[in-house]
Design a protein around this ligand. Structure first.
Ligand SMILES: Cc1cc2nc3c(=O)[nH]c(=O)nc-3n(C[C@H](O)[C@H](O)[C@H](O)COP(=O)(O)O)c2cc1C
Length: 158
């Protein structure tokens, strides 16, 4: 269901440059560990409890012509955005992580050159803040308000 939502994202020429590697800790623990190993320590602290890690990958080139796809990361983001909506509808929580070593991940997974891993995503049900360290606990919605820039700041006056 999660990946079905991602599948239906729009992309230029319908080129669909999103690819995923997913590892659930229970059935693919070796793969899970290889992905986990690439995360920065701050992410490892909490991501060790996630039941599922996903590598979100953009194809660098179009499959139909030998040229770079300048929109690949954007299109992957559209697909992941769809997936996040689906995850929320299913009561799941998914968090993106740019905090990982691309080099280590490529090495650990022996990823071919044509793939560009953009984020690693942890998916699961939200745990209880009481299981977190004090540092992490204070960032949870129960203790810190979620914030965004005011709407007006998103518009460039001209
Ligand atoms: C591309 C991207 C990379 C991110 N990287 C990390 C990360 O490495 N670690 C992390 O804990 N959160 C990461 N986040 C989550 C953001 O920190 C989070 O969305 C932001 O602080 C706002 O918090 P909220 O979405 O809970 O309101 C990332 C989000 C995106 C979209």
């Amino acid at each position: 269901m999660l990946f079905e939502a991602a599948r239906w994202a729009p992309s230029a020429f319908n080129n669909q440059p999103w690819r995923f590697i997913f590892a659930d800790k229970k059935n693919k623990s070796e793969l899970f560990d290889k992905i986990f190993d690439s995360l920065v320590p701050q992410n490892q602290v909490w991501a060790k409890n996630a039941p599922l890690l996903v590598v979100n990958i953009a194809l660098k080139k179009y499959e139909t012509k030998d040229s770079e796809n300048p929109n690949a990361a954007f299109e992957l983001g559209m697909a992941v955005g769809n997936l996040l909506g689906q995850a929320t509808a299913m009561g799941l929580h998914a968090r993106q992580m740019a905090g990982f070593s691309k080099e280590k991940l490529i090495q650990n997974l022996m990823l071919p050159e044509k793939y560009n891993p953009i984020t690693v995503m942890a998916v699961g049900y939200r745990g209880k803040p009481k299981h977190l360290s004090e540092n992490l606990k204070k960032m949870e919605p129960e203790f810190a308000e979620r914030t965004r820039k005011p709407l007006i700041d998103l518009f460039i006056p001209n």
